[in-house]
Design a protein around this ligand. Structure first.
Ligand SMILES: Nc1ncnc2c1ncn2[C@@H]1O[C@H](COP(=O)(O)OP(=O)(O)OP(=O)(O)O)[C@@H](O)[C@H]1O
Ligand code: SF4
Ligand SMILES: [Mg+2]
Length: 336
C-alpha cells in the first residue's frame, strides 16, 4: 500500500493543571489525548467521532501544530512534522488546512468576504500574486457555490450555511492536500448540513483532497467517511472501514453510540435495542484505570480495571468484519 499522507503515532497531549496564583504548582494534568495512532491515505476521508470533551479538537490542533504534542509523532508524507517551527512549519501548514465548527465566530465580522478568503495569500503570496488576488478569491467563491459578486459583503449578510462555505473557500485558498474539518456542520440546521457535506464530497474529488472529518454524531460522518475512528476520553477505542464500524461494531461504546442513531426504516426501529449508558463521563484529569470506558460499560469485568485493552484485532475473529477494537471482550452484538 502507498505511504500514508498523514501518519500519527502514539500522540499524547496533556494540559498541566496548576494551583496557586504567584507560584504555580503543577497538581496534575488533563489527559486530553492519550496515545492515539492512525493513518490517513491520499484521497481518503477518516471520520473521527466521540462525545464532547473526548479530545477531538485537541487532535486537530496538534495535527495543525497549533498545540505542541506532549509525546508521539505526526508524519506528513514521511516527514516528521511534530515540533517544526519557522519556515519549515510554514511550508507544511500550507498543505494542511483547518475548517472550524462555528461559522459565526470563526469569521472576523469587520472583514469583507474577499479579505477573509484572500487572507491566506498575505502569508503565502506565491500562491496568488498581488494583481491576481481578486480574481483568485472570486474563483474560490464560485467553487464553493457562492456568487463571486458577493466579494465585498460582510459575514453578517450571509446565512449559516453560506458562512461555512466562506470558511471552506478560505481553507481551499492555498490549494492544500489535507483539510481537517472540525465539526464543520454541527452548528448548522439539519437541512443545510447535507448541502455542506455534499459540497465537501464534491471538492474532494475535484481537488484530490484528503479529509479528517470530526463530528460527535456517527450519523453525520457515515456518508462522507471511508474509515471511521471512535474516541472515548482521550483514546481511540475502535477504528475500521465505514462498513465495519456501522455494520459490525465490536466495542461496547461504539455499539451504544450506534444504538442511539435513528433508523430511517420504521420496521427496523422497532427491533432495535437502544443501549442507555449509565454514569457520568469521567474527568480526563482523573481517568479510570485499565479500560477508561469501564465505569459506563455493561460488559465490564475485574480484568477491565487492571489491564488496559489495546487497539488491535480481537482474538478469535476473522473475515471481512475484522478490525481494531480496544476491548478485552470485543464482539459483535447478537441483537441489533
Ligand atoms: N487549553 C486547554 N487547557 C486545559 N484543558 C484543555 C485545553 N483544551 C482542551 N482541554 C480539555 O481537554 C479535553 C478535550 O477537549 P477537546 O476540545 O479536544 O474535546 P472535543 O472532543 O473537541 O469536545 P467538543 O465535542 O466539545 O468540541 C477537555 O476536557 C477539555 O476541557
Ligand atoms: S475492556 Fe471491559 S470495560 Fe472496556 S469496553 Fe471492553 S468490556 Fe467494557
Ligand atoms: Mg471540539
Amino acid at each position: 500500500m502507498a505511504e500514508p499522507i498523514l501518519k500519527v503515532d502514539g500522540l499524547v497531549k496533556h494540559f498541566p493543571l496548576t494551583q496557586g496564583i504567584v507560584f504555580k504548582r503543577r497538581i496534575g494534568a488533563v489527559q486530553a489525548v492519550d496515545g492515539i495512532s492512525f493513518e490517513l491515505h491520499k484521497g481518503e476521508t477518516l471520520g473521527i467521532v466521540g462525545e464532547s470533551g473526548c479530545g477531538k479538537s485537541t487532535v486537530a490542533k496538534v495535527l495543525m501544530n497549533l498545540e505542541r504534542a506532549t509525546a508521539g509523532q505526526v508524519h506528513y508524507k514521511g516527514q516528521d512534522i511534530t515540533g517544526l517551527t519557522g519556515k519549515a512549519l510554514k511550508a507544511v501548514r500550507r498543505n494542511i488546512q483547518l475548517v472550524f465548527q462555528d461559522p459565526y465566530t470563526s469569521l472576523n465580522p469587520r472583514m469583507t468576504v474577499g479579505d477573509i478568503v484572500g487572507e491566506p495569500f498575505e502569508i503565502h503570496p506565491e500562491v496568488a500574486p498581488k494583481g491576481n488576488r481578486r480574481k483568485a478569491v472570486q474563483d474560490l467563491l464560485d467553487v464553493v457555490g457562492l456568487n463571486p459578486e458577493y466579494i465585498n459583503r460582510y459575514p453578517h449578510q450571509f446565512s449559516g450555511g453560506q458562512r461555512q462555505r466562506i470558511g471552506i473557500a478560505r481553507g481551499l485558498a492555498l490549494k492544500p492536500e489535507i483539510i481537517i474539518c472540525d465539526e464543520p456542520v454541527s452548528a448548522l440546521d439539519v437541512s443545510v448540513q447535507a448541502q455542506v457535506i455534499n459540497l465537501l464530497d464534491q471538492l474532494q474529488s475535484e481537488f484530490d483532497l484528503s479529509y479528517v472529518f470530526i463530528a460527535h454524531d456517527l450519523s453525520i460522518v457515515r456518508h462522507i467517511s471511508d474509515r471511521v475512528g471512535v474516541m472515548y476520553l482521550g483514546k481511540m477505542v475502535e477504528i475500521g472501514t465505514e462498513e465495519q464500524i456501522y455494520e459490525h461494531p465490536t466495542h461496547p461504546y461504539t455499539q451504544a453510540l450506534l444504538s442511539a442513531v435513528p433508523v430511517p426504516d420504521p420496521t427496523g426501529r422497532e427491533d432495535r435495542h437502544r443501549i442507555i449508558l449509565s454514569g457520568e463521563l469521567p474527568s480526563p484529569a482523573n481517568p479510570p484505570s485499565g479500560c477508561r470506558f469501564r465505569t459506563r460499560c455493561w460488559k465490564a469485568q475485574p480484568r477491565c480495571g487492571e489491564e488496559e485493552p489495546l487497539l488491535a484485532n480481537p482474538e478469535g475473529m476473522a473475515g471481512e468484519a475484522l478490525h481494531h477494537s480496544a476491548c478485552h471482550f470485543a464482539a459483535e452484538r447478537e441483537h441489533v
